[in-house]
Structure formats: C-alpha cells, structure tokens
Design a protein around this ligand. Structure first.
Ligand code: ADP
Ligand code: MG
Length: 667
C-alpha cells in the first residue's frame, strides 16, 4: 500500500478521499489554487501545495504542475476525484511516465470510454445492448440526417466527448436537425475541444439506472449493484438512490453482468460506472464513466463498503476484497445534491459567503459529504455544490422520511440554495410512489417550483421577537447614555423608560412592507401582523441565534441569522428572508453614507475611536477594522450620538455583526 498520495481535486471529493486515506494510515498531499488557500481540503490534508491562480485552467487542470508536486512531496500515487483530470487519458499517461500511480483505469480504457461513439462501437462487439442510434465516424450532415430518418424522430444529438449533460439536443422532427447539429457542435467544440456527434433514439420515459463496477489487475471484476439517478434537471442528476426501486432482480442481474462485460471489453481496472437507460423492461448502454462517481456514497451505504478504500487497494496492486457472490446489500439510500443556486432564477449559480452553515447531525442514518465550512465563500470559479446529503434506512419509505427530515434541518444562510427544491422532490407523492423517469422534474415543475410565497405571519412574528430579544441583549451588554428614546436601535430601553406597552416594527418582505406590532403581556407578548388578529407568544427565548417558545399555541424553534439589515429565518424546513426597514439606514442612504455600522467582512478591531455618549459629525471615523490584510474605517453615516460600542481593540468580529450603535440626530 502507498505511504503517501496526492489528491488532485478540491471540495467535498478531496475531503472524502482524505478521510479514507487517513483511516488507512496513508499520508495525504492536497493541491490548491490561490483562492482555496484556506479551504477545508487544504486544512484536512497532511501537506498542501499551492499550484496556481483561481481559474481551473491555471491550477486544478495543470497536470504538469501537479505531477511536479507529487514528485517533490514524494507522493506515490494521484487520486483525481471526479471532474478535472479524472478522465483525462493524457494526464494518466503523464503519471505513468513520471512513475506516479494514477488511481484510475488504464489509459486505453479512459480513451475508449471517453468517446461515447467509440465506446458504443466496442460495446456492440461485446453484446452489450445499446440505445438504437448512429455512432459512426462520418459526420457530414447528409449522413447524419439519413441516419436520423432511419432511427426515427425524436432523436437525441449528443457530443461524443460529452459529459455533465453538455452538447445535447433533442430533435423532434427533421426540420430541427440542422440547427441542433450546429448548436451541439459549437457547444462540444467549446466544452471538450472535439465536435464529433452521435445520434440516439430519444426514449420517451426512461429511467437512468447505472451499475457500479470494480475490477482489479488480477482479472477479477464485480458489480456492486445499481443506482437510480432518474431525477434529473437538464440531464444532470439531482437526487440519486440505491437500489433502483421496483427493479426486478432478474433485470438487476442481467444489467450487472452486462456492465461487467462492458468493463472486461476494455480491460478495465478500478472503479467505474456503466450507465444505462431502462424503459419498458429493456435496458440500453449509454456511456461509461471511468472514475469514482459523485453519487457513489449511496452504493457505500447499502453495501457497507468504502469504495475509495477499494480504489486504493486496487491501485496498489491488490485483489478485490470480495467476490461477486460475497457482495450483499441492505436497506435503501438516497443522496441529494445541495447546491448554491437559485431555483427561482433558472438555477443560476449563487455566489457569496456561507454566513451560517449548519448541516444535520451525522448519525448511522445521515451522512454529509461536504468541502465547505461556515464562513467559507462560494465563488464563481468552481462548482457551487455545498454538500451531498446521504441518508440510509431499512426500506425506501423510511429512508425517504430520513431525507425529508435531514433536508429540513440543513441550515444555509448567505447564498441561495436548492434545499427547498430538494425538499419538494423528496416530499412529492409521485416520488414516494416511484413514478420515476428522467422527465420527473419537468412533469412536476409547478409543484416543485411554486412561485415565491409571502412570509407567513408566524415567520414575521419570529423575526420581530428575535429582533426584540437581540436588541434587548445588546442594550444590556452595552449600557450607554440614553439617546433618542424612540430609536429602534434602543427601543428596549425606550419602552421601559416611557412605559410604553407596545412596539412596532416594519419589515420588508421582498418589495412588500409588513408591519408587526408587539404588545407586552405579563406572560409574554401578543404579536399582530399587518393589523391582523394577535397571536399569543409565550415562553419566548433566544439563545445562540435560536428562538424557542410558542406562537399562536404552536411550538416554534427557529434559527434567526442577521447580517446588517437582512434577516434570515430558518424554521421547520422553511427559509424566510426579510429586511429590517431601519430609519437610521434610510437616513444614511439619504446622506449617501453606507449606513451600516456592521462589520463589512470578518476581521479584527484595531482601534476604537469614540466612546458611548460622544456626539459625532457625519463622516467621523468611529472604528478601525483589519480584514483581508487591509484596514477599513467605519465612519458615521450621519451626525448623531454614539450610543453603544460593542467591541474593543483586539476583538475578532464576524461579518455582519453590529460594531457600534449610533443615534442619528433628527433633522
Ligand atoms: P453525460 O455524459 O452528459 O452524462 P449521458 O449520455 O450519460 O451524458 O446522458 C445524460 C442523461 O441524458 C441521461 O441520464 C438521460 O437522462 C438523458 N439521455 C441520454 N441519452 C438519452 C436517450 N437516448 N433518450 C432519452 N434520454 C437520454
Ligand atoms: Mg452520464
């Protein structure tokens, strides 16, 4: 076995490989871009080396630099993860030349399977059933259109070098073919540097069922059952599961054997996935991925095996740990891919800081594979996946329940995510009923992507109570001269001083202003939203950003995260966003100042320039903050009186915290 390996990847897969290596007593070398200097995989590895600037072409795709690092650090093998260099035959060849083991299949297998067309030619020789289609070398339009006629419309135009759903076009009739071919060629050329195409019969309602295979250098090859990845959006997997529900055992066995035959046909070694479409009892090879697949954890959950351990053993020349007849499976597993993206805006990647990140607790039933921590940034340079949430239980219904609960517990604030969308799929009756095929998401679009709803009254009540309790705590923590008794920043003091009985708060729900009135009662509060019937709020407490108690007779438990004026409320799987309509900020906006006395980024307080009670002019410097090796001056957005200084020199502050409180002078 190796003593030291290099992981040529980042994010969750790099972390996942490091975990297994560590368990096996193998030392690890991480490589990283400048943007990833403090990334999770860098911190987890025993050693880390910077290989270049943020763009992948200048770092994670620099095979030459990575091999240099492998030699310099004494790494005996390179694990490529998925994506990046994992299916790059030239890189595998360069590894061999450098005397470093590539943890993956032989170069020739990567090359053949890297071309969908060539792999289909080889598969048809090996009697693996194919989707009817054309995978010849001739690419002139006359040939393609004659073949499309022969196959019969609708046909699917695919990039032979394709992956990740790119370069694919559905063509419904002959008239659409020319445009689709031109478009697919352009896309394929740009994405893969190769514009060769193939044609396939476009199946109407297939399921995507794939087989995990494994082979060693001693002639052994097995299949580790299947995964169903039918829940897709734009041909990309969203939720995967194992085993494939309602798949007859006989089909499972035949598919498994066909996949092993496919692997043997290319002298495969290591982990691979043979993808099939399954429709009306028939199954058809579409492609083989010559690497560890994103969704491999569901296979690990039902087999109890560690596929990365198997990869390492095979790459070190060992035999497969188990034979086909020793492989068993138990229970059911799901994986959901949690992305920083906005389902309401065509799933556009969302970038920003993970201001608050709290995954569900990991147990025997729940596994979280992630490469980011709270405070990390999702940038435009890399895949915006935040985590893979994996659950297991004895049967599909129980596992699905686990998935719904775990999704509802996943708390992410700072970037928009698809967690609600995933929850909608997991909770959909058709998904529960195994009405599965690759058109699932499109067919149920209206249910899965409802238009954004107004924040419910309960959410507004939670927000207002949290703001109230937080401000009360702040004013207690920072006693200062009483400023404007009506300032919302200080109202906790204000109402007591004035013996007022209620408090009004205005919150923006998107473009809509919402009014919350809080009445103080001996046993708690009464909360009325937009002048509606008041809800009784009792036993309300706020600790570590979590509000608990009872509102309108129902128990509540909500995490409330505040960044400046932005409030995010996470409760029972729902996420509500509101903005404080804050008069001091409005005043500041009118002054043209920033209006935010909050930390613009995480940093250290260098100096405090004012004290509570001090009157300041607009623009006066209040505090110096050091962040990202630069000093930032927090200035008064308008003339006023400093009413609280919440931090002292040397304190660490996180982004969005209130540094000081200023009473803006009237007028
Ligand atoms: P990629 O390399 O992008 O993963 P695949 O060939 O594996 O490309 O196809 C991706 C997805 O596209 C499949 O899982 C399936 O949903 C859909 N697809 C591919 N081929 C067909 C086909 N012939 N008919 C219908 N859907 C298909
Ligand atoms: Mg595929």
């Amino acid at each position: 076995m190796f003593d030291k390996i290099l992981i040529a990847n980042r994010g969750e897969i790099a972390c996942r490989v490091i975990r297994t290596a560590r368990r096996m007593g193998i030392r690890t070398v991480a490589v990283h871009s400048e943007a990833d200097a403090r990334a999770m995989h860098v911190q987890m590895a025993d050693e880390a080396v910077c290989i270049g600037p943020a763009p992948v072409g200048e770092s994670y795709l620099r095979g030459d630099v990575i091999l240099e690092v492998a030699k310099r650090t004494g790494a005996q093998a390179v694990h490529p993860g998925y994506g990046f260099l994992s299916e790059n035959a030239a890189f595998a060849a360069a590894c061999a030349e450098a005397g470093v083991v590539f943890i993956g299949p032989p170069i020739e297998a990567i090359r053949v399977m890297g071309s969908k067309a060539e792999s289909k030619r080889v598969m048809s020789q090996a009697d693996v059933p194919l989707v009817p289609g054309y995978h010849g070398e001739a690419q002139d339009f006359a040939t393609l259109s004659a073949e499309a006629e022969r196959i019969g419309y609708p046909v699917l135009v695919k990039a032979s070098a394709g992956g990740g759903g790119k370069g694919m076009r559905v063509v419904r009739s002959a008239g659409e073919l020319a445009d689709a071919v031109a478009g697919a060629q352009r896309e394929a050329k740009a994405a893969f540097g190769d514009d060769s195409l193939l044609l396939e019969k476009y199946l109407g309602r297939p399921r995507h069922v794939e087989i995990q295979v494994f082979a060693d250098t001693h002639g052994n090859a097995v299949y580790l059952f299947e995964r169903d990845c039918s829940v897709q959006r734009r041909h990309q997997k969203v939720i995967e599961e194992a085993p494939a529900p309602n798949l007859p055992d006989e089909i499972r066995r035949r598919m498994g054997e066909a996949a092993v035959a496919a692997a043997k046909a290319v002298n495969y070694v290591g982990a691979g996935t043979v993808e099939f479409l399954y429709e009306d009892g028939g199954f058809y090879f579409i492609e083989m991925n010559t690497r560890l697949q994103v969704e491999h954890p569901v296979t690990e959950m039902i087999t109890g095996l560690d596929l990365v351990e198997w990869q390492l053993r095979v790459a070190a020349g060992g035999e497969l740990p188990l034979r086909q007849d020793q492989l068993t499976r138990r229970g059911h597993a799901f994986e959901a891919r949690l992305y920083a993206e906005d389902p309401q805006r065509e799933f556009l990647p969302a970038i920003g800081r993970l201001v608050h990140l709290k995954p569900p607790a990991e147990t025997a039933h729940v596994r979280v594979d992630t490469g980011v921590r709270q405070g990390d940034e999702v940038t435009m340079f890399y895949d915006p996946m935040i985590a893979k949430l994996i659950v297991w239980d004895e049967d599909r219904d129980a596992a699905l329940r686990r998935l719904r609960v775990a999704l509802s517990q996943y708390e992410v604030v700072g970037v928009t995510t698809n967690v609600g969308f995933l929850g909608a799929i997991a909770g959909h009756p058709a998904f529960r009923a195994v009405e599965l095929d690759t058109g699932f998401i499109e067919r149920h679009r209206a249910d899965l992507l409802p238009p954004p709803a107004a924040v419910p009254d309960r959410g507004l009540a939670v927000a207002a109570l949290a703001v109230l309790l937080r401000r009360r705590a702040e004013t207690k923590a920072a006693p200062r001269a009483a400023g404007d008794p009506n300032s919302p920043w200080l109202f906790a003091n204000g109402w007591r001083l004035n013996e007022e009985t209620h408090y009004d708060l205005r919150l923006m729900d998107g473009e809509t202003a919402r009014e919350v009135t809080l009445h103080f009662r001996p046993d708690g509060y009464e909360v009325a939203v937009d002048g509606g019937a008041p809800l009784a709020a009792t036993g309300i407490a706020l600790a570590d950003g979590v509000l608990t108690g009872s509102i309108g007779g129902a128990k509540v438990r909500a995490t409330v995260v505040q960044q400046g004026l932005d409030l995010t409320i996470l409760s029972e799987g729902a996420v509500w966003r509101l903005k404080l309509d804050d008069p001091s900020a409005r005043a500041a906006e009118q002054e043209g100042g920033s209006g935010r006395l909050t930390a613009p980024m995480p940093g250290t307080v260098v100096r405090v320039l004012v004290e509570p009670g001090q009157a300041v002019e607009a623009g006066a410097p209040l505090m110096l903050l050091e962040a990202m090796k630069m000093e930032h001056t927090i200035k008064a957005p308008a003339a006023g009186t400093v009413s609280a200084v919440n931090f002292a020199a040397g304190d660490q502050v996180s982004e969005g915290v209130d540094l000081l409180v200023l009473d803006i002078a009237e007028g």
